[in-house]
Design a protein around this ligand. Structure first.
Ligand SMILES: C[S@@+](CC[C@H](N)C(=O)[O-])C[C@H]1O[C@@H](n2cnc3c(N)ncnc32)[C@H](O)[C@@H]1O
Length: 306
């Protein structure tokens, strides 16, 4: 499984998967939601945060536990490389010391020695193949332990945002710009051919006005303007910059594809059936609103009954 596109995201330094909405870690109603879970735990309890990314939820839980004077054993796992350098630099040691990070391990294959009191996830569990990960989670949880997570909702603003980004990437591919930029990055075209191809595409395809003002589209328009105004010698000098641009967008496009895929998956109300098959009982499912009005996902609470 290739998860370079997520490793790249965490490597670039982000605390959460919603950097446009949260400058640091999750706050507001999301913070309150996790605080309620911590209030139910006692010192010495163990918590596993699956598909943790850069450890946002694990760190929140550690922060809340410290405030409540509780010592928890927290483990945080991800299939991609967790950026522990970033985490240690941006969070107090008292919080980070409470967490063991397990990188590059798919949830489907995880083996946790000590059964956990609580398993949590935010915008994470639904990315795994639940047909396989349901058994990993059931194995890792104590009988009567709880599985609590916030999953994407197809009705949320994130979903519309991602759909829009996907439409922009589709347009770039449709008119041929994506291929031309990739070919230049992969050295299949020289600077002269690259510029000629870009100009020829722009002659027959005007930038779609529907996307005007979208930050992703603006980035591309700026790059295209740079290609237009640069001499071929200048383009050759800026090749590394163009290569990085293409690589970053390639990763971003894959993350966008992942997010849309999981949002579609959770729109099927039976998506969590494998959890039921492995002995989980759904205690509650409810929408979660941020700032009282913005839908940011659905909260699920399960209990392991066998
Ligand atoms: C949208 S991010 C959420 C990260 C974090 N929970 C947060 O809210 O900031 C989804 C994460 O799931 C991870 N992931 C995807 N499939 C996975 C799997 N099968 N096992 C473990 N982690 C996975 C990705 O690498 C990525 O870091």
């Amino acid at each position: 499984m290739n998860h370079k596109h997520w490793t790249n995201y965490w490597e670039n330094g982000a605390q959460t998967s919603l950097p446009h909405d949260f400058t640091g870690n999750y706050d507001g109603e999301i913070f309150d939601f996790w605080q309620q879970r911590v209030a139910e735990l006692k010192s010495g309890d163990s918590v596993l945060d699956v598909c943790t990314g850069n450890g946002a939820v694990a760190l929140l839980i550690a922060e809340m536990a410290l405030r409540e004077g509780k010592q928890l054993n927290i483990t945080a796992n991800d299939i991609s490389e967790i950026n522990t350098g970033y985490i240690l630099k941006n969070n107090p040691p008292a919080q980070t010391d409470m967490i063991d990070f397990i990188s590059q391990t798919p949830l489907e294959e995880i083996n946790i020695d000590k059964p956990q009191d609580l398993i949590v996830s935010q915008y994470g569990l639904e990315y795994s193949d639940l047909n396989q990960s349901a058994s990993s989670i059931a194995r890792a949880l104590k009988p009567n332990g709880q599985l609590v997570f916030i999953a994407h909702s197809p009705k949320s603003a994130v979903f519309s945002f991602m759909k829009n980004e996907q439409a922009i990437y589709d347009w770039l591919a449709e008119v041929g710009l994506w291929r031309v930029f990739q070919s230049y990055a992969e050295e299949e075209l020289n600077s002269q051919q690259f510029k000629k191809n870009v100009l020829s595409i722009l002659q027959s395809h005007r930038p779609n006005p529907v996307f005007r003002g979208e930050p992703l589209f603006t980035q591309w328009l700026q790059m295209i303007a740079q290609v237009r105004s640069s001499s071929t010698a200048e383009l050759a000098r800026h090749k590394t910059q163009i290569k990085t641009f293409v690589e970053q967008h390639d990763f971003a496009r894959l993350r966008c594809r992942d997010m849309l895929k999981v949002s579609e998956k959770v729109s099927n109300e039976n998506w969590f059936t494998p959890l039921i098959d492995y002995g989980f009982q759904l205690l509650e499912k409810k929408p979660l609103y941020y700032d009282s009005q913005q839908l940011v996902g659905d909260c699920y609470q399960f209990c392991l009954t066998k």
